[in-house]
Design a protein around this ligand. Structure first.
Ligand SMILES: [Ca+2]
Ligand SMILES: [Ca+2]
Ligand SMILES: [Ca+2]
Ligand SMILES: [Ca+2]
Length: 348
């Protein structure tokens, strides 16, 4: 029997207030809720949106968010270098035909026996990072990535902080169980969060950061549409973590996207089509959907350029991962860094 030592819970971050929302009460102490959304008004890789955008590549396998990041230049930019991305989520549909060949390790940090995804959220995140190029379904940001499916959230999309801590340390070790070897995760993707977290979570984050692992997290979906007010979510708000806000097809920050001093970059997160549980596909919105665009881009940058220092929030040179993201981002909104877009919309 596993002992839960850390109080609290973590939530997955997909939701938009304009779509049907089902709220579930949890322990009053934590005031958390999980929001479930129906498909947005447009679905499918192109979104069913008839507007022509200059970044479209008209490839039915490429979801709009990936077209936006690559500006129509997806193919020819997919190396085969091994880069490992740990997806800390509800698990992944382990036999999904668009993912199975890229899933290299699965582990259930919640104390269960399988990282197979019964929720769909983790499978959706995985598709945006690394669905395969096979002419069917969707492609991910880096179609040759090696995915670690680390289940830290329960099937209802809620989790215990102690399981996230376990998941982070597992990612640091990789499948061989030893830190400092080639199979350690290069990137940790976390589409989850809550407004406060125990110090053990930050300790684990700092440990992974000091190993040179790039940590990426969803900025949170509590945004009020006002860039001048700050909404906090952890682990995104930790200094070691890249916090990702969500944009739509018109490059506008989604109203639900958290804003604040910790927002580092934005990525597509409204009406995102990707893999889903049961071998399926679905369209979801949230900073949960923006986060994996960044995690996948970081994997691609590492695949092309080799390992670089993670860097800091303030970096603007291309000699660190974070500086690379900042300096190549499309600056939107107020000139320079701002609390809604961060350094801007990520670009390949
Ligand atoms: Ca595919
Ligand atoms: Ca290892
Ligand atoms: Ca705000
Ligand atoms: Ca700006």
């Amino acid at each position: 029997m596993k002992t839960k030592t850390l109080a609290g819970l973590i939530l997955l971050l997909f939701a938009v207030s304009t779509f049907p929302v089902a709220a579930f009460a949890v322990t009053p102490k934590h005031k958390g809720f999980v929001a479930l959304v129906g498909p947005p008004p447009w679905a499918g890789p192109g979104g069913g949106d008839e507007t022509t955008y200059p970044w479209q590549d008209n490839d039915p396998e490429t979801p709009w968010g990936i077209e936006r990041v690559f500006n129509g230049n997806y193919d020819g930019d997919q190396p085969t270098t091994k880069v490992q991305v740990a997806i800390l989520d509800t698990g992944i549909d382990l036999d999904h035909p668009d993912l199975v060949s890229n899933i290299k390790w699965t582990v259930d940090a919640t104390g269960g026996r399988s990282a197979d995804d019964k929720n769909g959220h983790g499978t959706h995140v995985a598709g945006t990072i690394g669905a395969v190029r096979d002419g069917n379904g969707v492609v991910g940001m880096y179609a040759n990535v090696e995915i670690y499916a680390i289940k830290v959230l329960g099937n209802g999309g809620r989790g215990d902080w102690s399981d996230l801590v376990t998941g982070i340390y597992l990612a640091c070790q990789g499948p061989d169980g030893i830190e400092g070897t080639a199979d350690d995760a290069d990137v940790i993707s976390m589409s989850l969060g809550a407004s406060s977290a125990p110090t053990e979570v930050h300790d684990a984050i700092i440990h992974a950061y000091n190993m040179g692992i790039v940590l990426v997290a969803a900025a949170g979906n509590e945004g009020d549409g006002d860039p001048s007010t700050e909404e906090i979510s952890y682990p995104a708000a930790y200094a070691e973590v890249i916090a990702v806000g969500a944009t739509n097809k018109d490059d506008a920050v989604a109203s639900f996207s958290n804003t604040g001093s910790y927002v580092e970059v934005t990525a597509p997160g409204v009406g995102i089509y990707s893999t889903y549980k049961g071998g399926g596909y679905d369209t979801l919105s949230g900073t949960s959907m923006a986060c994996p665009h960044v995690a996948g881009l970081v994997a691609l940058i590492i695949a092309i350029n080799g390992k670089m220092p993670v860097g800091t929030f303030d970096d603007t040179g291309t000699n660190t991962i974070r500086g690379y993201l900042h300096s190549t981002a499309l600056d939107l909104g107020p000139s320079g860094w701002d609390p809604a877009y961060g350094y801007g919309l990520i670009q390949r």
